[in-house]
Write a protein that binds this ligand. Structure first.
Ligand code: TNX
Length: 539
């Protein structure tokens, strides 16, 4: 619909309307402009859309009605009205018994009787006076309200009128995700990020229907999660980070706060304790864990592959049992990630023995194990999951063992890779990943002979060797993560770079409103946002 770009005709229409009906006009007399739902800048692209070229009247009289009035759906309605208020200044009433017939209504309906394609599917039916979001659950409705948020124009079509209106394009949408696991990972171990930083990242991801945040909580340089039975992990192991700054850690209360914040956005947290390699910070805190009789030093560099637990020692498994027990008790999601990557200092036989033992501990606490692709070399249970990042042979091994895989190929999906050789932050050991390279690949066929039903989803990891604050995090993650959301939510036939490029260019009003320090890739013709009414008149 793009009222911003509709040009002179629209503006003349608005001015004419203002002159002819004056500012006192009751809202129903304002005519709706023509719209085109199918050319909206939705990301990820919905499964199907049909445009009917009129406008739903979103204004101060619009009401939100939920049915049945179930607590979770009410929370979704509250989230939606908060976001509408942030974007438009309108504070919409929810389930207002005083509401009048003639007002436009946004319905959030829970419908369990319909046969939905999956449990995050939803439909939107938008007419002039009603916008109906139907979904099987509050979770699915939460995905649907992101679409509603994206359909609301950035500015009203008549900002000078007393009753401004934000017309929403009419038509219908049927939508459901392509993959159930749509994630990003954040490495809080190499550099620590605060609860507030993590919350902002979650909030941004939720807008693009991402439903997993994997937290890489431990590594050689830092242990970032309080374990009550082993307090020195954070006292000592959490005390520094790459570059030698003071590190930091999440208390269990902090972690619960992150989990709850994510859960309110129907996003799960996947905690990772990386082992048996990447464990220098743990062994500095408790030197008994590494078994070589030496007390290691805190490490502030960026090398990998030099540390290991002693995989033949009972104390190590007693330690891991405590860690998995405490973290699992704080984590409602079904998964526990054991790392398992780059254990170059662990003998192969020890590594295989270790992964099998730890898989059993994870299962004992009711969780499904995820590990980086190397874990597929061990004798794995088919319920465990391999996260493919580097080695296709490991991914195929996982499939042979009946394990599902998460796709995070470093050459395509690593958010810590530089955009190009001039990028301010990031590494390039796997590749330079400009915005188009990040988007133009097909998860469904990326690894030969992995059938789609064995792919749990796509995850874009953000390792933090080269970034130490939220601005730098945002610079590497945005805009690429927006493309990964589409690669994991949208069906293959609905993904197209040229089309995506235009929709991405139009994310600037949202990114600017959210104060996101995105990388302004020269491959995208970014739309200038926050244009005033005067600026629009000049168009
Ligand atoms: C490889 S990917 C690693 C990490 C590094 C990353 C940097 C993986 C499982 N291991 O330890 O941080 O490269 O890009």
């Amino acid at each position: 619909m793009n009222f911003r770009n509709n040009g002179l005709a629209k503006i003349i229409g608005v001015l004419y309307m203002l002159v002819s009906v004056g500012c006192e006009a009751p809202p129903e007399e304002i005519s709706m402009p023509e719209t085109d739902l199918s050319s909206e800048n939705l990301i990820p692209m919905p499964s199907t859309m049909v445009a009917t070229n009129s406008g739903f009247k979103l204004d101060q009289y619009t009401r939100v009605v939920t049915s049945p009035v179930d607590g979770n759906l009410l929370d979704v309605a509250n989230y939606l009205t908060d976001k509408i208020a942030e974007k438009t200044g309108l504070r919409l009433a929810i389930n207002d018994p005083e509401g009048e017939e003639k007002e436009a209504v946004i319905y959030l309906l829970q419908q369990q009787n319909t046969s939905w394609p999956n449990d995050e599917a939803y439909t939107l039916s938008i007419k002039r006076d009603s916008l109906i979001l139907a979904a099987p659950s509050a979770k699915a409705a939460f995905r649907g309200i992101q679409t509603i948020r994206q359909l609301i124009p950035e500015i009203s079509n008549d900002t000078l009128a007393e009753y401004p209106i934000w017309p929403i394009a009419t038509g219908s949408i049927e939508d459901h995700p392509n993959f159930e696991y749509r994630g990003s990972m954040l490495d809080v171990a190499r550099h620590f990020f605060s609860v507030e930083d993590v919350k902002k990242y979650i909030e941004l991801l939720a807008y693009y229907k991402i439903n997993v945040l994997h937290l890489h909580l431990t590594d050689d340089q830092g242990w970032r999660i309080e374990i009550k039975s082993w307090p020195r992990l954070t006292e000592i192991g959490g005390s520094t980070e790459v570059g030698g700054e003071a590190g930091g850690f999440f208390t269990q209360e902090d972690y619960k706060e992150i989990v709850a914040y994510a859960a309110a956005r129907y996003m799960m947290i996947v905690p990772e304790i990386d082992m048996p390699g990447h464990t220098n910070a743990a062994s500095v805190s408790y030197p008994i864990l590494n078994g070589n009789g030496k007390t290691p030093q805190l490490y502030q560099g960026t090398r990998v592959g030099f540390s290991t637990f002693d995989t033949r020692k009972d104390t190590v498994y007693a330690f891991i049992d405590d860690v998995v027990r405490e973290i699992s008790a704080l984590t409602p999601g079904p998964y526990f990630h054991i790392g398992g990557d780059e254990s170059h200092a662990t003998k192969k036989a020890d590594y295989l023995y270790f992964v099998n033992k730890v898989e059993k501990i994870v299962q004992k606490y009711g969780k499904q194990m995820i590990g980086w692709d190397e874990v597929a070399q061990a004798d794995m249970d088919s319920t465990s999951i391999a996260q493919f990042w580097d080695n296709e042979r490991n991914a195929k091994l996982a499939i042979e063992k009946g394990m599902k895989v998460i796709l995070s190929p470093a050459k395509k999906a690593y958010l810590d890779m530089q955009y190009d050789s001039l990028s301010k932050h990031g590494l390039h050991w796997a590749a330079y990943i400009p915005v188009d390279t990040a988007y133009v690949w097909t998860p469904e066929t990326y690894v030969d002979k992995i059938p789609k039903e064995m792919i749990l989803g796509v995850e874009a990891p953000l390792w933090s060797e080269t970034i130490s604050n939220l601005e730098e995090l945002e610079y590497l993650a945005f805009p690429r993560i927006i493309g990964y959301s589409e690669l994991s939510w949208s069906q293959e036939e609905n993904r197209n770079w040229e089309n995506f490029r235009v929709r991405l260019a139009n994310q600037t009003p949202f990114l600017d409103m959210m104060n996101v320090n995105y990388y302004p890739s020269p491959r995208i013709d970014w739309v200038k946002s926050n244009r005033s009414f005067k600026e629009i008149l000049k168009d």
